[in-house]
Design a protein around this ligand. Sequence first.
Ligand SMILES: Nc1nc2c(ncn2[C@@H]2O[C@H](COP(=O)(O)OP(=O)(O)O)[C@@H](O)[C@H]2O)c(=O)[nH]1
Ligand SMILES: [Mg+2]
Length: 396
Amino acid sequence: MNSLARKIREGDARALARAATGIENRDPQALETLRELEEFGGHARIVGITGPPGAGKSTLVDALATALRSQGKTVAILAIDPTSRITGGAILGDRIRMQQHHADPGIFIRSMATRGSVGGLARATADLVRLMDCAGKDFVIIETVGVGQDEVEIAGLAQVTVVVLVPGMGDDVQAIKAGIMEIADVFAINKSDQPGAGRVEQELHAMLSLTEGRHPAIVQTVATEGKGIAELLEACSAGDLAAGGRPKKLAGDKMAGATSDKIAGAAIDHLGIAVKSLEQAVAFYESIGLAVGHRETVAAEKVHVAMLPAGDSRIELLEPSEADSPIGKFLEKRGPGLHHMALRVPDLNAAVERLRASGARLLNEPRRGTGGHLYVFVHPASAGGVLLELIQESAS
Ligand SMILES: Nc1nc2c(ncn2[C@@H]2O[C@H](COP(=O)(O)OP(=O)(O)O)[C@@H](O)[C@H]2O)c(=O)[nH]1
Ligand SMILES: [Mg+2]
């Protein structure tokens, strides 16, 4: 075991913080440390807390951590705010609030905002969760803002997901994104010191009565006063979630699934589909339950792009911004359809070397994309008739 890994196992908080930073930066040495620690994982209870901004998620996490510490349990808190690049400051607020725990080596706290792609954030988060598990933390709590598919993806790392609602949402409970509702194992109706908590609970019951099988727990809380925290913790700790109809997930399984693609070998990063109308295509995929995680226009390629996460990979819809563009020409020649398949590989240069040796037709030298990733295209003639893109996540 390397010395960093050993220190982490000995409970050295600074070593853990250093490894966590390395993992956020995709530092190969930190990823190696994680591999060395692998055998110790699989014991943590991983709880996801999600809900709209201002619902009191951070206050709840803080109260849960305090309760766990009083039971002698160790805790890691990962606060992830994909919206902070828009709203600013939210994370700083959390940091200040969490300072009461800073002297306590039994609590590890890390706040993260998105830098670049949310897909990258989801992967870094998966590895951080795993690091905390392997470091021996009893509980790993992931706080995310529940606004879209990306957060659903991050929440997917958790064994138990708490969706935080507040009174005053009124009829909006019905309107809450279906995807968010479906991931809930527990509903926390926070701010139940304010009028309307009972109504939210009734609406939840009404809504859940229409769905088959699953009956997530519903807990009313007042995070600022510590009310309902013991009940919430009990709901999160329930050893057997099968009572709610949902099979119990194991930390080990989850972790392996979340990171093995990057460590062990290739995985489908995305499928690129050329379409005439992004709006129509997005509407179709939304109708089957996907959601747009990211949109952009790539001027250099003259293309509008919408990315829709699907499991560990994504669907990339491509609409030409001008007829005279690679996608425009593709549409003209072949019509709408699968344009390319992108595989994520652990070592792009090694893959390129092997492809060259086998005589495959590469369409470009490995290049760096806007997200810092390396990519190369392989001609369909070499790849079974499909244009193939190989991608390596940024290593530096
Ligand atoms: N009245 C009341 N206010 C709360 C409660 N929980 C949190 N708050 C307040 O709601 C605001 C937002 O809380 P925060 O934890 O930052 O929400 P987050 O954005 O979901 O993390 C803060 O001012 C909290 O003090 C509660 O149970 N009752
Ligand atoms: Mg917060």
